[in-house]
Design a protein around this ligand. Sequence first.
Ligand code: PMV
Length: 324
Amino acid sequence: MNKAVTARAHTNIALIKYWGKANAELIIPQNSSLSLTLEPFYTDTTVEFAPELTQDQIKIDGQLQTTMAGQRVRTFLDLVRQRVGRDDFAYVNSTNHVPTAAGLASSASGFAALAAAASKAAGLMLDRPALSRLARRGSGSATRSIYGGFVEWQKGHNDADSQAVPFQEHIDFDIQMIAILLDPRPKKIASRAGMAQVVATSPYYPAWPASAEKDLQAMKTAILKKDLNLIGQLAEANAMKMHATTLSATPPFTYFEPETLQAIEIVQGLRNNGVSCYYTMDAGPNVKVICSAQATPTILAALRQHFAADHLLVAQPGPGISYL
Ligand code: PMV
């Protein structure tokens, strides 16, 4: 009997970035990465297989999907169907609880929630490592959204061993993020295309994987020491090394917008005045500030002088996947 299954997955922001694939089809990364799962940003996805359907019916935020986003979901469902040996289609209804078009990694929460809901609806009982590997096939960053807190995606070598492991699911020190929403337009260059272009053309890319692995080891030590300043320094430097590879690609590109630099300057200014805060950025112009809850009011006050209050979103660490 078919039944509807609903799963919730929270998005995550990498402190050590995944950047570049070793295997594009299986989404095996060139380097391991480490992220923080965030409480307020999540996706709820319901999947129900239905014999009456002649094709998958995919709704994201109430909109029936006919184009690109829908195709990625269909390809993912094919993978699930293949594993269980079924050929019926499904209703997929996905709602992003991330401010609309905020550009905040909805593919991470989206594919993690889809992996959990679709596999269970199809009759597969996957444990969390297996769910993480399945989510990886939808989007690299989704690999990590199966778990809460600090999560490491161990790059592995193949489909069977490239998966996330929880590094610290329950965080007992003061760390959170402020997401600064700068540009609600869709990304100019999707992360998938951006990293492919970088791997293929940047003469600086070959230095990235080893440098990221080194940063990852240092980050793990910093987390165990609960050293917020060191965590912030490492995350900021790692993000900028990633962004340096876009400027050195052919043709060169950047995810920075003028407001990105403005946000970075505010963070640096606060730091010069003794406020502990650091920035990171993904494949888009938005800036995420890494800080303590204690320092957040001061940082928000400074940011509000330049950015609208409703573009500043405070995010505490969040949990892993759940079924509703
Ligand atoms: O898996 P994707 O396509 O969402 O790629 C994510 C890449 C970065 O966000 C830039 C880094 C990361 O580790 O999340």
